[in-house]
Design a protein. Structure first.
Lengths: 241, 405
């Protein structure tokens, strides 16, 4: 977790230029994203908001390097990732991106600590190193130590999502990408999870991009990018909360 | 992904699905153990036949009347059906260099009856004293046929142990009388047991002097076999050739197409071994089919696993797993399953073979070759049947996989 408290220069984490995505099913073409351009700087907390079908999932997949755009360019940490192949994209995801999913996606029969260490399996870190880093991020998300060796199905929803956030953090990524992270939680635990993001952003200077369809949730962020029908309709700083 | 990680992941997955994993492994265990057991039985039988045939006499050439039809084999040739060998032929053969003993024989089946009424239908062999040297037989009690028995047409008989047991049971047969074809013979000896040599049981025979056999029992002076003992192994082909030539001249036939056949011991054991080998391959193939079925079981389980764990695969990919990582992980699961199955299968197969030998059901020998073969085959099965499911897993699109419900 080096470098968390020692930010000197504000650099651009995400730079998206005219990114469009067209899906083809047979002869039918569907343009899910019609040319989005924006920048997200290091340490920002941004919500990408829009109703279903607005293209926010497509944008999330492209930002998360799960997919590549049909046209346009995407710079992540100064590196053009819009034309990479599967294995190169996997490397980018491993080193630079932490995902938090709506469905949590923890391994059901593994302990909390093993779930958090999972990304380190693919980066080839040593065993002691994995454990040290996993414990550190679990502490950062505020999960009590007694749960570290519990199975994920013994935890509450809020705790599970915090484990998932810890897993997203363990690789020390440039970008944390949360896709409807409170969608499966009640509003009270959702609140705790959102505060965890906020704390990571404010105290640990993490760049967080939150994808949601709810205004309430988007309000936790400092900036909201509003999508509709594949276009950005507004991009505004937000200071209420 | 480190090797240790792959092993750990595999261990966790397989141990959480214990019932399914063990049933899948069972398929491989059955396949491998039956292959091992079948090969062991085949090799054991083959070894047994080989040693039995060598026990019938070493460096042996057997001359039989008639022609062995190619493809019909030695085993099935009807001995004694042609009547081309005579006593004079023995004198011709004696002149060939390298021949140490010659045993002319006449064989025919007769009913053997004892005074107490026990009877058996056995092979009666009219033999010379040389028979004992050529065929490696030793009397357990009494003596074998002597030259004076031959000259004086003595009605004496030497019993094989099976015949002695059948007719006299626990009684001492020496000095007793048996009736062969309604003629009384005095028992002068009982032979040591040799064990069956595949298709011919030398223990179930009765020996009488050759002269008695020809003049009294059959009334013909034809021979059914002339067994020739050669001084050493290297001389066998030469003696075989000379024997064919000399006998052809005597019989006035073309040596290329004689009215008799000369068979060396190597050919007999070769033919029998071939039969046993064919049988072994046949048994092992049937066992191999069960191995393939076991492999399909592995594939089936792996395909189910891949489907069940689609979401997990999506997640692993999202957090940075490459195709290769996913591929290796699933392939490792399949290979480890087959290796566990292979290992248990080898132990079980060896145990079955051991039990077979221990209870004297059939002679077996577990060879290192069959163990390596089984291990190799199980590894190959793991790779072959694990490949497709692993490929399927590694090719999943992370976006679709994450959405999978």
């Amino acid at each position: 977790m080096k470098g968390i408290f020692s930010l000197v220069v504000i650099k651009c984490v995400i730079e998206v230029k005219d990114v469009a995505k067209t899906y083809k099913t047979g002869d039918v073409e569907f343009q899910a994203l019609k040319g989005a351009s924006f920048k997200i700087e290091d340490g920002e907390f941004v919500a990408i908001m829009g109703p279903s079908g607005s293209g926010k999932s497509t944008l999330m997949h492209i930002l998360g390097c799960l997919d590549i755009p049909t046209s346009g360019t995407y710079f992540l940490d100064g590196k053009d990732v819009s034309m990479l192949n599967d294995d190169e994209l996997a490397d980018i995801r491993k080193d630079k991106i932490g995902f938090v999913f709506q469905a949590f996606n923890l391994l059901p029969r593994a302990t909390v600590i093993r779930n958090v260490m999972l990304p380190l399996v693919y980066s080839g870190a040593k065993k002691e190193e994995r454990l040290r880093r996993a414990e550190k991020v679990l502490e950062a998300v505020g999960l009590e130590e007694e749960h570290y060796y519990h199975l994920s199905n013994q935890l509450s929803g809020g705790q599970i999502q915090r484990v998932a956030i810890a897993r997203a953090l363990v690789n020390n990524p440039s970008l944390i990408l949360a896709d409807e992270p409170t969608g499966n939680l009640d509003s009270k635990t959702g609140d705790i999870v959102l505060h965890t993001f906020k704390k990571l952003n404010k105290e640990h200077k993490r760049t967080v991009v939150l994808i949601t369809h709810e205004q309430d949730i988007a309000n936790y962020a400092d900036r909201i990018i509003h999508l509709k029908d594949g276009n950005i309709i507004s991009d505004s700083k937000h200071h209420k909360k | 992904m480190r090797t240790a990680d792959i092993f750990q992941e595999t261990y966790i997955v397989l141990s959480t699905n214990k019932a399914r994993s063990s049933l899948t492994v069972l398929g491989i265990v059955i396949g491998i153990s039956s292959v091992i057991a079948m090969i062991s039985i085949g090799q054991g039988a083959s070894g047994q036949i080989q040693s039995s045939i060598e026990g019938l006499g070493s460096n042996l050439l057997t001359i039989i009347p008639g022609v062995i039809q190619p493809g019909r084999g030695i085993v099935s040739s009807g001995r004694g059906s042609a009547q081309t060998l005579k006593n004079e032929d023995v004198e011709i053969l004696k002149q060939i260099e390298g021949v140490s003993f010659i045993s002319p024989e006449v064989q025919r089946r007769f009913q053997i009856v004892s005074s107490s009424g026990n009877n058996t239908n056995s092979l009666v062999i009219g033999a010379m004293p040389e028979y004992a040297m050529v065929r490696n037989v030793l009397p357990e009690q009494g003596s074998f046929i002597s030259d004076s028995n031959i000259r004086s047409l003595s009605r004496v008989a030497v019993l094989g142990p099976t015949v002695a047991q059948d007719i006299f049971g626990e009684e001492d047969p020496i000095g007793k009388t048996v009736r062969v074809n309604k003629i009384n013979f005095k028992v002068i000896g009982v032979l040591q047991a040799k064990g069956s040599a595949g298709f011919f049981n030398p223990d179930d025979t009765v020996f009488v002097p050759l002269s008695v056999m020809q003049k009294i029992l059959t009334g013909e002076d034809y021979l059914s076999t002339i067994a020739v003992n050669v001084e050493n192994k290297d001389l066998m082909p030469q003696v075989q050739e000379e024997a064919i030539f000399a006998l052809s001249q005597k019989h006035r036939v073309d040596p290329q197409n004689p009215d008799f056949s000369v068979v060396s011991q190597a050919e007999i054991s070769g033919a029998l071994t071939q039969v046993v080998d064919t049988f072994t391959i046949f048994l092992a193939s049937i066992a191999g089919i069960s191995l393939v079925v076991g492999g399909i079981g592995i594939m089936n389980m792996m395909l189910t696993t891949v489907t069940e764990r689609t979401k997990e695969i999506g997640l692993r990919k999202a957090i940075g797993a490459k195709r290769r990582d996913i591929n290796l992980q699933f392939l490792a699961e399949a290979i480890i399953l087959t290796f566990i199955g292979g290992f248990i299968g080898i132990l079980l197969g060896a145990l079955i073979a051991f039990i077979m030998s221990y209870f004297e059901i059939i002679q077996t020998s577990v060879s290192i070759f069959s163990v390596f073969l089984a291990f190799g085959v199980s590894a190959v099965i793991g790779i072959v049947f694990g490949y497709y499911p692993a490929q399927k897993a590694s090719k999943l699109n992370p976006i679709d996989a994450l959405r999978y419900e």
